[in-house]
Structures are given as structure tokens and as C-alpha cells.
Design a protein around this ligand. Structure first.
Ligand code: NAD
Length: 511
């Protein structure tokens, strides 16, 4: 079956008859926009669907709906808000197979990873439902007699969620489900390269919202113009903008949001390294490196892009990796035998070609791969290159399956190489030396938001807080206490006594 026909069959099972839509106000109402653009199938480079381009007028309707919903939703007890997310979660469980296929068609990741993405939505929904009964504040010891000092967390307002193409479903869920139990409304601006998935998900939550008096809690605004995300960033009615995407766009978003004293949650580019030391178990390291480097065709923020290997293991590991790369099946992401699908679009292929050519010109040697695959669609060969960490191509994130190999002599040199990039998302060390492991995780070790030992750089669980430092943006999403980003903290002092003692023992007597 062609991808177009498969998409049609999936959408029909999801009861979605039309997708040329631009915005949704969260109460079942769709707005069609002024024009349309093409959502392309990366595996064939053919149009998958035409999607509506939202207008300024549509944007206003969406923000008005979210503002209205927020005023109602914030008063609903959090455990009841959790019941809405629970029902969404049940529906995702039921539709997992079709939604996984749709993700796969929309962005070209293999079916197993498309399904995995829906599973991630289910996991974060389960987490959010539990969290809805645990939005705790602290009680602190007051220095004044007969006073109570405490913190409360209140809903924040409509939250803008701008998402990247590579996790077209899960990243919205990380934000939206947590924000919803926190009492916020959510305005989603998805990547135009993955708009079909967004429309299908909005369609599902709309039906469930109606049963929970939650109309307008989840809204959607689609456009292929960069101005759409910029509009959210500039909008003072949106107190928090959660942005996932490249560091260059993230920088613009953060500057705009800071200019209006809004809050930003930034999840930007990564440039992640794996260190393999002289004691590492290579049987463990090898599959972790391959999955980290070629999974999602190298289009994960946590993709392994740099491999820093002790000189005593370098040649053997390089050889084993080159052997493993030769076995990787590249092709139709819906074929169960495929391990690597296409890149998202022609621009991504050009960025891959540029990075390979630039690295070669500086003396980098291609061990395997290094070229486009002559096939309809945007396929490239997973690539291994010897390179130097300081080269510009190694310093930037190229969203493609290129792994740069470099050697080191002593462990501090490896740590320095790990940290010597502008990004700070994920990192990992393969070792059986507990001193190396502890040093890697210590304050003088990895400077990344994620540091793993004997686990690769990609494939985080939702239970931990996810995010990175430096140009990755500093945000934390998903588990742990990341929910606090979506609420405002209020400190309360209550005097239940008969006197009015002042803090710091100040006497201010009125005689
Ligand atoms: P991108 O920056 O091109 O686009 C991301 C989103 O921002 C899209 O919705 C896009 O329409 C919007 N956008 C683009 N320019 C904008 C602007 N000036 N103002 C506001 N919004 C704007 O990124 P992409 O190609 O879709 O995704 C790949 C990038 O995302 C990579 O750099 C990857 O590392 C990063 N990413 C990071 C994480 C993370 O959690 N750290 C997760 C996934 C992806």
C-alpha cells in the first residue's frame, strides 16, 4: 500500500475525514486558515497531505479560547483535572498502533519508534494523572511566633508550546499533560513538517474534552510561517512559552519572551558525546553507540554525535562500528526490517552533505557512509568519520546520522572534549572503573543536563527531568519536579496570633 493510501486508511480509522485545517479552539471547532501548504512524506518526497495555514484572525480565536478555558479550568480541583488526562491516555492506548503509523508516515521515523513515541505519551499521561494528586507546597518554620509560612503553587495561564518536527507527538504531551493537571490551558504550535500528527491528536483530545468540561484546555494553531511561533513568543497573554527546536530559533524566542518579562522553557540543540574508556565493556558500548548515532536517522536532540575513545580501544572499536554499520537496513520506515528511515526533507540532506564535505576538507576520514542514497525520498547513509573536536562541523549540530570519532590519552582530556562544545544536553561514559564513573558524574565531570554511565545518550525515560545546559537552553521537562515550570509559586505568611511582630526583629512602634 502506498504511504498516501496508508495515511488515508489511518485517518479514516481515527474518524478524521479532513485535514486541510489550520487551527482548533479546543471545543471541536476547526478553523481553515487562508491558504494551505504541503506536509511531505519524507520517504517518498511526495505530498502526504495539504494542511491549512492559520491567519492572525485564527490565532486570536485560539488565544481567546485558551484564555477563557484557563479561567474555568484553574478552579477545577487538580485530581479532577487528572481525570481528563486519564481518559486521553486510555484513548491513546486504544489508538497506539494507528497513531504510531501516522508518526512514522509524517516524519519518517521507523514504525517501532513511532509506536515508542505514542508509548511515551501514554507514560507521561500516567505520570500526570498521579501528579494531579501531588502538586505539593512546603510549610516552612516562621521566625515569628504564631505565624505560618508556606508556599503554594497556582496555575499560571495559557501556555504556548512550540514543538520540533522530530518528536511530533511526545514533546507536546510532555508539556500539555503536565500543564493541564497544573490548571493551565495549552496553545500548541507544532512544526509544519509534522502537522498531520498534531491534527490527529487534537481531534482525539477534542472529543474527550467535551466529556470533562475541558473545552479549550488544549488548542492548536498551525502555520508554516516562522512568524507563528514568534507571535506566541511576543504575546503577553501567554505567560510561559515552552520551545523545543534549534538553538538559533530558541535564542530568538528567549530574547522576545524575556523582553516582555515572560517565562521560557527552552529545549534546544544537542551535540552529545559518548566516552569509551580503556576498561569499557565494548559489547555493551557498541549497540548503545549505534542506536544513539543512527536511531531516528540521527534526528534526535540526544543523538550521539561525537565518540571519544581511549587510544588503546580506538582502532578495535572503529572497526567493529564500521562492521555494525554495514548491517543497518535503510529504507521504508514502515517496513519492520528497516532500522534507519529518511531525513525529514531536502534541506536536511543538504546539511548532511555540507557537514561531510566540510569535515573531509579539513582532513576528516570517512570510515563508512558519507553519501546520499539514490532513492526517492531523503535517504542518507549512516556515516562514521574520524574528526577533530575543534572543527566547525563537529562543533555544530547537524541533524543527520554522522558520528565523529576522536581519540584521547587521559581521562581528564576526555572530559574536556565532552564539555568543549556550546551545547550541553546529553552525555555518556562506558567504563568499568568506578573512579572514572564517579568523576564523570561529579561537579568536575560532564557539564550536560543528562549524564549516563553504561547507557547511551538517547532514549530517556519520562520519570527524570529532561533538558540540558548552555545553548541547549537550560529547560527541564517531563518528570521529577519539572511541573513547577507550569505553575506560579506564591509564598504566604499567616498570622494567627494577636500581636504584629515584624521580620528581622524590626521595631516600628506607632505611639
Ligand atoms: P526548528 O528550530 O526549525 O523548529 C522548531 C519549532 O520552532 C517549529 O515549530 C518551528 O516552526 C518553530 N520556529 C522556527 N523558527 C522560529 C522562530 N524564529 N520563532 C518561533 N518559532 C520558530 O527545529 P526543527 O528542525 O523542527 O527540530 C530540530 C531541532 O530541535 C534540533 O536542533 C534538535 O536538537 C531540537 N530538539 C531539541 C529537543 C530537546 O528536548 N532539547 C527535542 C527535540 C528537538
Amino acid at each position: 500500500m502506498s504511504h498516501e493510501a496508508l495515511a488515508e486508511a489511518v485517518l479514516s480509522r481515527l474518524n478524521l475525514n479532513e485535514v486541510n485545517l489550520a487551527a482548533a479552539t479546543g471545543d471541536g471547532r476547526w478553523l481553515r486558515g487562508s491558504a494551505s501548504f504541503v506536509d511531505e512524506d519524507p520517504a517518498s518526497a511526495k505530498p502526504l497531505a495539504r494542511i491549512g495555514r492559520g491567519t492572525a484572525h485564527d490565532y486570536e480565536a485560539v488565544v481567546a479560547a485558551a484564555e477563557h478555558a484557563f479561567k474555568r479550568w484553574r478552579e477545577i480541583p487538580a485530581p479532577q483535572r487528572g481525570l481528563f488526562v486519564r481518559d486521553v491516555c486510555e484513548e491513546l492506548r486504544r489508538q497506539k498502533d494507528d497513531l504510531g503509523t501516522l508518526v512514522s508516515l509524517d516524519v519518517g521515523k521507523i514504525k517501532a519508534e513511532g509506536d515508542g513515541e505514542i508509548q511515551e505519551m501514554i507514560d507521561i499521561a500516567d505520570f500526570a494523572v498521579g501528579l494531579s494528586r501531588q502538586l505539593y507546597g512546603l510549610t516552612l518554620a516562621s521566625e515569628r511566633p504564631q505565624h505560618r509560612l508556606m508556599e503554594q503553587w497556582h496555575p499560571l495561564g495559557p501556555v504556548g508550546v512550540v514543538t520540533a518536527f522530530n518528536f511530533p507527538a511526545a514533546v507536546w504531551a510532555w508539556n500539555a499533560f503536565i500543564a493541564a493537571v497544573c490548571g493551565d490551558a495549552v496553545i500548541w504550535k507544532p512544526s509544519p513538517k509534522a502537522a498531520l500528527t498534531a491534527i490527529a491528536l487534537q481531534h482525539i483530545v477534542d472529543r474527550i474534552a467535551a466529556r470533562h468540561n475541558a473545552e479549550g484546555v488544549f488548542t492548536l494553531f498551525i502555520s508554516d510561517e516562522a512568524a507563528a511561533g514568534a507571535r506566541l513568543a511576543a504575546d503577553p497573554r501567554v505567560p510561559l512559552v515552552s520551545f523545543t527546536g534549534s538553538s538559533s530559533a530558541g535564542r530568538q524566542v528567549s530574547q522576545t519572551v524575556a523582553g516582555r518579562f515572560g517565562r521560557c522553557l527552552l529545549e534546544c540543540s544537542g551535540n552529545n558525546a559518548v566516552i569509551v574508556d580503556e576498561t569499557a565493556d565494548l559489547d555493551l558500548a557498541l549497540p548503545a553507540i549505534v542506536f544513539g548515532a543512527v536511531g531516528t536517522a540521527g534526528q534526535r536532540c540526544t543523538t550521539t554525535r561525537r565518540l571519544i575513545v581511549h587510544e588503546s580501544r580506538f582502532e578495535v572499536l572503529a572497526e567493529r562500528l564500521a562492521g555494525a554499520y554495514k548491517q543497518i537496513r535503510i529504507g521504508d520506515p514502515l517496513d519492520p526490517a528497516t532500522l534507519v528511515g529518511p531525513l525529514i526533507d531536502q534541506r536536511a540532506v543538504e546539511a548532511f552533505n555540507t557537514a561531510v564535505a566540510e569535515t573531509r576538507a579539513l582532513g576528516g576520514q570517512v570510515l563508512t557512509g558519507g553519501m546520499r542514497i539514490p532513492h526517492a525520498g531523503h535517504f542518507v547513509a549512516p556515516t562514521l568519520m574520524r574528526a577533530d573536536n575543534a572543527w566547525p562541523s563537529v562543533q555544530r549540530e547537524t541533524f543527520a546520522p554522522i558520528l565523529y570519532l576522536m581519540r584521547y590519552r587521559d581521562f581528564d582530556e576526555a572530559l574536556a572534549l565532552n564539555n568543549a562544545v556550546r551545547q550541553g544536553l546529553s552525555s555518556s561514559l562506558f567504563t568499568l572503573d568506578m573512579r572514572h564513573a564517579e568523576r564523570f558524574l561529579s561537579a568536575v565531570g560532564s557539564d550536560c543536563g543528562i549524564a549516563n554511565v553504561n547507557v547511551g545518550t538517547s532514549g530517556a525515560e519520562i520519570g527524570g527531568a529532561f533538558g540540558g545546559e548552555k545553548e541547549t537552553g537550560g529547560g527541564r521537562e517531563a518528570g521529577s519536579d519539572a511541573w513547577k515550570n507550569y505553575m506560579r509559586r506564591q509564598t504566604n505568611t499567616v498570622n494567627w496570633g494577636t500581636g504584629l511582630p515584624l521580620a528581622q526583629g524590626i521595631r516600628f512602634g506607632l505611639h
